[in-house]
Design a protein around this ligand. Structure first.
Ligand SMILES: NC(=O)c1ccc[n+]([C@@H]2O[C@H](COP(=O)([O-])OP(=O)(O)OC[C@H]3O[C@@H](n4cnc5c(N)ncnc54)[C@H](O)[C@@H]3O)[C@@H](O)[C@H]2O)c1
Length: 257
């Protein structure tokens, strides 16, 4: 085996559970982890896209609503029963609905729904994955936060931003607590990523991605509804890169953007 093949097959024999695996960042991650040899469990609330993802990467599909504690427990049990270990938990499913807006307009129902899907789900997934990893004496948890957790967004999605702040803080605390047991916990803080949802947004926006050039990076939200987001690195006039993550924050160390 060549050095290149060894480096590219780092995950042979490892099992990765990915929530929101049917689309966007979760789908790209499923492809990457499978290409490195991992057994991938593709979890999604949407059966059509989740099944398609699992078929593509030769993994297992589990339909799950990440806000439901029993379904989340069953997800990690399926991963363990099928492959014998739970090595990676990529807790990534999230939403950014239009009724989550400025604090002045966002109602309690929208606030709670976004907290449930974006933050409570991460708590549930970590809680369900940790017992397997503790028994193994190793494991890696990666939670998807967002750059808004660090920078905020002038185009407000108040519950989304608060939920991602919670994900980042929770990841730091879990990282500190479980490091001594060989379990790593990290939070990913992506900038705008060209996922299907963002493409839909561009399709709906009459001025298209060019409008991004008039928005400063610090004024962007991950999926703003009123104007398309800029690339964080440049005031781009094209859609942002499809590269999944632009930065990550290791638990216990300062986040980089
Ligand atoms: N795209 C961006 O610009 C961006 C930026 C920063 C952070 N993020 C975060 O990255 C993560 C993935 O976003 P994406 O852009 O790939 O989104 P996406 O909409 O393309 O994919 C999200 C997936 O999650 C699934 N999902 C939604 N609710 C669910 C639930 N209750 N249970 C299980 N699955 C559910 C959806 O069916 C979908 O397949 C999210 O947490 C998002 O907040 C995205």
């Amino acid at each position: 085996m060549t050095t290149e093949e060894i480096i590219c097959r780092r995950l042979v024999g490892r099992t990765a559970v990915i929530t929101g695996a049917g689309s966007g960042i979760g789908l790209a991650t499923a492809r990457r982890l499978a290409s490195e040899g991992a057994n991938v469990v593709c979890a999604d609330i949407d059966e059509r896209v989740g099944k398609a993802a699992a078929e593509e990467v030769g993994g297992t599909f589990v339909q799950v609503d990440v806000t439901d504690p029993e379904q989340v427990e069953a997800l990690f049990k399926t991963a363990f029963d099928t492959y014998g270990s739970v090595d990676i938990a990529f807790n990534n499913a999230g939403i950014s609905p239009p009724d989550d807006d400025s604090i002045l307009e966002t109602g309690l129902e929208a606030w709670k729904r976004v907290q449930d899907v974006n933050l409570t789900s991460v708590y549930l997934c970590c809680k369900a994955a940790l017992p397997y990893m503790r028994r193994q004496g190793k494991g890696s948890i990666i939670n998807t936060a967002s750059f808004v957790a660090i920078m905020g967004a002038a185009t407000s999605q108040i519950s989304y931003t608060a939920s991602k702040g919670g994900v980042l803080a929770m990841s730091r605390e879990l990282g500190v607590q479980f490091a001594r047991e060989g379990i790593r916990v990290n939070a990913l803080c992506p900038g705008p990523v060209n996922t299907p949802l963002l493409q839909e947004l561009f399709a709906r926006t009459p001025s298209g991605p060019r409008a991004a050039s008039s928005t400063s990076p610090s004024a962007a939200s991950p999926r703003p509804r009123r104007s398309p987001p800029p690339s964080p690195s440049s005031r781009a006039t094209t859609p942002p890169s499809s590269t999944p993550a632009t930065s990550s924050s290791t638990a216990g160390s300062p986040a980089r953007t």
